[in-house]
Design a protein around this ligand. Structure first.
Ligand SMILES: C[S@@+](CC[C@H](N)C(=O)[O-])C[C@H]1O[C@@H](n2cnc3c(N)ncnc32)[C@H](O)[C@@H]1O
Length: 208
C-alpha cells in the first residue's frame, strides 16, 4: 500500500491511482473468466501490486496460462515474488509469467479468452488509448471478454481543471470508449465498494 502510494506520487500519470483496487472491484474485473472452461489463456495489463492478479490466480486451473504485463519495474518485481513464483511452485501445471514492460512492447502469445486491464486510460493521450485497445483486441479469441475499469465521473470531475483543449481531449476519450461499448456488446457495473467508486466495463471481442 505504501509502495503503491510512493509510485503514484513519483508517476501519477502512469500509475493513475493512489491505492490498489478493492476486492469488490477485483471480483467484478475477473468475473468473465468463469465463462470459459479448460486451458484458458488470460492476459492482465497493468497488474500493479496484484489486486486483480491474486483473484485471477485463485480461479486458475490446470492447463491455464496467465501473462501479466506491468510497466513499473518495482511493481513487476513485487508481483513475481509475492504472487507468481509461489503460485508457480504450487501449481506446476499452470503457466504464469510477468512481462516487465509496456503493453505496447510486450511479446504476447495470444489468442486470449480473457483480458483484464487496469490501465488509467483517462490519464493517457487518446492516441495511446486507441493503440492499446487495438493491441489488446488484436490478441483476443473471438467471443472473448476484455474488462477494464474507470473511476465514477472521472471525466466531469477533471474537466474544470484542464482548460478547453483538455476538455476536448476528455470528451474525445469518452466518445471513443462509448463507441467501443456500443460496438462490442458493452456491459458495465458500478462498484461502490472501491475508493473511489468505479465502473467495471466488459467488452466482447467480435469475430472479424
Ligand atoms: C490504476 S493502476 C492499477 C493497478 C492494479 N491493477 C489495481 O487495480 O490495483 C495502473 C497500473 O498500470 C501500469 N501501467 C501504466 N501504463 C502501462 C503500460 N503502458 N503497460 C503496462 N502497464 C502499465 C501502472 O504502472 C500501474 O501499475
Amino acid at each position: 500500500m505504501l509502495g503503491f502510494l510512493g509510485e503514484a506520487i513519483r508517476n501519477y500519470r502512469q500509475t493513475g491511482a493512489v491505492a490498489p483496487s478493492s476486492r469488490a472491484l477485483a471480483s467484478s474485473m475477473v468475473s468473465k473468466l468463469s465463462q470459459f472452461k479448460g486451458h484458458r489463456r488470460i492476459l492482465e495489463v497493468g497488474s500493479g501490486t496484484g489486486a486483480f492478479t491474486r483473484r485471477i490466480l485463485e480461479q486458475m486451473t490446470a492447463g491455464d496460462r496467465l501473462d501479466a504485463v506491468e510497466i513499473n519495474a518495482p511493481f513487476a518485481e513485487t508481483l513475481e515474488s509475492r504472487f507468481l513464483q509461489p503460485h508457480r511452485d504450487a501449481n506446476p501445471e499452470q503457466v504464469v509469467r510477468v512481462h516487465a514492460c509496456a503493453i505496447e512492447e510486450a511479446d504476447l502469445e495470444g489468442p486470449y479468452h480473457v483480458v483484464v486491464c487496469g490501465l488509467p486510460f483517462n490519464n493517457f493521450p487518446l492516441e495511446l488509448t486507441r493503440r492499446i485497445f487495438s493491441i489488446m483486441l488484436d490478441v483476443m479469441e473471438p467471443g472473448g471478454w476484455l474488462s477494464y475499469f474507470e473511476y465514477l465521473a472521472m471525466r466531469p470531475l477533471k474537466a474544470p481543471f484542464v482548460g478547453s483543449s483538455g476538455r476536448s481531449a476528455l470528451q474525445a476519450h469518452g466518445d471513443y470508449l462509448g463507441d467501443l461499448e456500443g460496438r462490442l456488446n458493452g456491459q458495465r457495473r458500478l462498484i461502490v465498494g472501491n475508493i473511489p467508486p468505479a465502473w467495471s466495463v466488459h467488452l466482447q471481442a467480435v469475430a472479424t
